[in-house]
Design a protein around this ligand. Structure first.
Ligand SMILES: [Zn+2]
Length: 178
């Protein structure tokens, strides 16, 4: 009997350490189910997406690819404005939520409004991560991690190829400064 308990303890300990190493699933996200369920979906066939997107965008957004770190056009981008989904134009992040994470991909600490991003567990590549997708067209954006700055503690790690940028007009800039 003693031997049996010892075995159980060893198994539990093993599971714990593995769990800590592999489980990169975010635990800080507060999902707003109501906001998500009221999103008007954009549904297109893979053929249509292929026609609309560049091959590089298609690889990221529809095939859940990842661009090389430090290669994206928005990694060091610092203009004021709004980042939208490159596939459907859904407004996803504000430049006010962007921060320099040093990870090689554009990083944000929050979505621009609740219900803009859909979250899903991703178990590929031997890790457990939280995948982020555009809630409107389900285009793959990247992943979200728990090591971001205040106030959310989140780091939305986004492929530059999955987003576009809308520059803030002079008027919006003025309003922000006031
Ligand atoms: Zn989209």
């Amino acid at each position: 009997m003693k031997y049996f308990f010892a075995t159980v303890v060893v198994i539990l300990l093993n599971n714990c350490t593995n769990g800590q190493d592999m489980d990169m699933r975010s635990k800080k996200i507060k999902i707003d189910e109501n906001a998500l369920s009221s999103v008007e979906k954009v549904v297109k066939s893979e053929e249509e997406w292929r026609r609309l997107l560049t091959p590089e965008q298609y690889y990221i957004l529809r095939q859940k690819g990842t661009e090389r770190p430090f290669s994206g056009k928005f990694y060091k981008h610092k203009e004021k404005g709004i980042y939208v989904c490159a596939a459907c134009g859904n407004e996803l992040f504000s430049s006010n939520q962007k921060f320099d994470s040093g990870c090689g991909w554009p990083s944000f600490f929050d979505e621009i409004a609740k219900g803009r991003i859909k979250y899903q567990i991703d178990t590929s590549h031997g890790m457990i991560r939280t995948e982020i997708m555009c809630a409107r067209c389900e285009g793959h954006l990247g992943h979200v991690f728990d090591d971001g700055p205040a106030p959310t503690g989140l780091r939305y790690c986004v492929n530059s190829l999955a987003i576009d940028f809308k520059k803030a007009s002079q008027e919006t800039k003025k309003q922000e400064e006031e």
